[in-house]
Design a protein around this ligand. Structure first.
Ligand code: GLN
Length: 557
């Protein structure tokens, strides 16, 4: 078993997670079995309670763990399927230690950061290696070297290296090499100092990943090598990619990273097979056509807030040899009408969310998509909003609402399940993780999935209120997927619309570059269909727009 630790220096937001994930891609392409994990030094037990403005999206795993968005990169860039064991926060570490102390497990000893806290951290690395399913464990340490919170993690790594032997471990430091315009020079000093910080605690990186705007010339490489004590060929340049994050594995490969890592860890492998990955990147970079998709949400200035959704759109579009022009619309700006903003749009997507802010605008967007037969995909809150809109404007249930936005609404078309009513804690208290969905035969959903049983990841409290099912069905609102016992609505669609689909779950957590999610793929196909039919039959009656042609829906399995 080999171990790679990825630390970050100088500043945050260097793309450490992407770099770690990209190394995973390269090692998998060399037929190694890879797993990734993330250590986050903050004190929250998990990021589930954090605001997307602060922390970006919360990524949900099969087992219901609410984790850091870097785990999304790991799952998208490699074949590993992660569990709650793959994301450890200081909050969890201290929770474990304190619970043990209260139980009396430390037998009267003074409980300390070394060894008790560091032991919990080391055990988490061992848990993965004990499974012996992997050849390489890649562990990313969140935060920046020099942060007080990060120290116990770095100390745990130092001890761990002692235990497993330095020949089995590689420390990779992702750092910034800034370009100073006035001097026309790349500066190595911040990197030198950040490596010095690592050395202070007893860690010496063997590989430097240098994020920079300009190419690193020979002099800069020599300087970094000498001052930071890494070999010159282990100074790896990672410039900002031109088009897509999926280029990162290819640029790192061009810099020789995977060969270097295998040499340093004494791993014998075949040359990497990156043909499929290259093909995918080629399609993202040079698509034959383009489609405009509107995403109507709350956190439009924070690119990370809907990360998995944007990635899923990219995957689905690439599979149709198509590029996406994203139009990000702040839902609040649609509160007083949508016409001009949603004109010329191929499809409308409403993501998940919490709280009432922006809901009125989302309702308007859903209505516009329904009435103008624009392909629509509603995810979680997006589905709930579409439900409320249909109840109000088609079924005439004027006061229809979710009890999330109006506790006392007389028409709770979306409401809390009995078991959620008494829940007061905010942390990990939703319906979380993978649940099965039975897809109703003969629906568009069945065609899209090509299957009647699927499993999808959830993160929500509120549900469709089945009391309204028959009334809404009579008007064309179809529940096209339910929980196996039929009690919970999981998927909805409209009968008289080319593609109006909502799901109570989050398909965006299961889409990969070469395996786009069927709901996204169907959405893109329908949007392309609308675009081309608008181009060729500009005068055609809206009603004549057909559903997505069957042959275009390619089931995944
Ligand atoms: N706020 C809604 C609920 O709790 C939707 C959640 C979501 O979109 N993830 O059910």
């Amino acid at each position: 078993m080999k171990y790679i630790f990825v630390t970050g220096g100088v500043v945050s937001s260097l793309g450490k997670g992407l770099t770690a994930a990209s190394l995973g891609t390269l090692l998998e392409a060399r037929k190694l079995r890879v797993v990734l994990q993330k250590f986050d030094p903050y004190l929250n037990v998990d990021p589930g309670t954090m605001n997307p403005f602060q922390h970006g999206e919360v990524y949900v795993l099969n087992d219901g763990a609410e984790t850091d968005l870097d785990l999304g990169h790991y799952e998208r860039f490699t074949n590993c399927v992660l569990t709650r064991h793959n994301n450890l926060t200081s909050g969890q570490v201290y929770e474990t230690v304190i619970l043990k102390e209260r139980r009396g497990d430390y037998l009267g000893k003074t409980v300390q950061v070394i060894p008790h806290v560091t032991d919990v951290i080391k055990n988490r690395i061992r848990e993965l290696s004990d499974e012996s399913k992997y050849d390489v464990v890649i562990t990313e340490i969140g935060g920046t070297t020099g942060d007080i919170e990060g120290l116990p993690f770095l100390e745990a790594i130092r001890q761990f290296i002692l235990e497993v032997g330095p020949e089995n471990v590689l420390n990779m430091h992702v750092t910034l090499v800034p370009y100073i315009k006035a001097a026309h020079e790349l500066k190595t000093k911040p990197t030198q100092q950040s490596v010095a910080k690592l050395r202070e605690i007893g860690l010496q990186p063997q590989v430097l990943i240098c994020r920079s705007e300009k190419p690193l010339d020979r002099d800069v490489r020599r300087k970094l090598s000498m001052f930071c004590s890494v070999s010159e060929k282990a100074v790896i340049e990672e410039r900002d990619v031109e088009h897509t994050i999926y280029e990162v594995p290819l640029t790192l490969h061009a810099e020789g990273l995977d060969q270097l890592v295998c040499d340093l860890l004494h791993l014998q492998t075949p040359a990497p097979d990156l043909a499929d990955w290259r093909k995918f990147v080629e399609r993202v970079v040079n698509p034959k056509r383009r489609i405009k998709i509107a995403v109507v949400g709350k956190y439009m200035d924070v690119r990370d807030a809907y990360k998995s959704i944007y990635e899923s759109l990219t995957h689905a579009a690439a599979s149709e040899d198509c590029g996406i022009d994203l139009k990000l619309i702040d839902a609040e700006s649609l509160e007083h009408g949508v016409d001009s903003q949603l004109k010329d749009i191929g499809g409308v997507l409403i993501p998940g969310g919490f709280g009432a802010r922006g809901v009125e605008g989302k309702l308007n967007a859903a209505r516009f998509a329904r009435e103008h037969k624009i392909p629509f995909l509603g995810l979680c809150l997006g589905m709930q909003v579409a439900t409320i809109e249909f109840a109000r404007n088609v079924c005439g249930i004027k006061d229809a609402n979710s009890t999330e936005f109006d506790k006392k609404t007389p028409e709770p078309v979306i409401s809390l399940l009995e078991e959620q009513r008494g829940v007061r804690n905010k942390g990990a208290s939703m319906r979380l993780g993978t649940w099965p969905t039975k897809v109703v035969q003969g629906t568009l959903a069945e065609k899209i999935y090509g299957d009647t049983e699927v499993t999808e990841r959830h993160r929500h409290r509120y549900e469709f209120n089945m009391k309204y099912r028959d009334r809404m069905d009579a008007k064309g609102f179809v529940i096209s997927g339910t929980s196996p016992d039929g009690s919970l609505a999981e998927l909805i669609e409209l009968r008289d619309h080319p593609y109006f689909v909502g799901c109570q779950y989050h398909p965006e957590f299961q889409s990969k570059p070469n395996k786009p999610h069927p709901l996204f793929k169907g959405f893109i196909q329908a949007s392309l269909g609308r675009q081309s039919s608008r181009a060729t039959h500009a005068q055609a009656d809206q009603e004549s727009l057909r559903r997505v042609p069957e042959r275009e829906l390619v089931p995944q399995r």
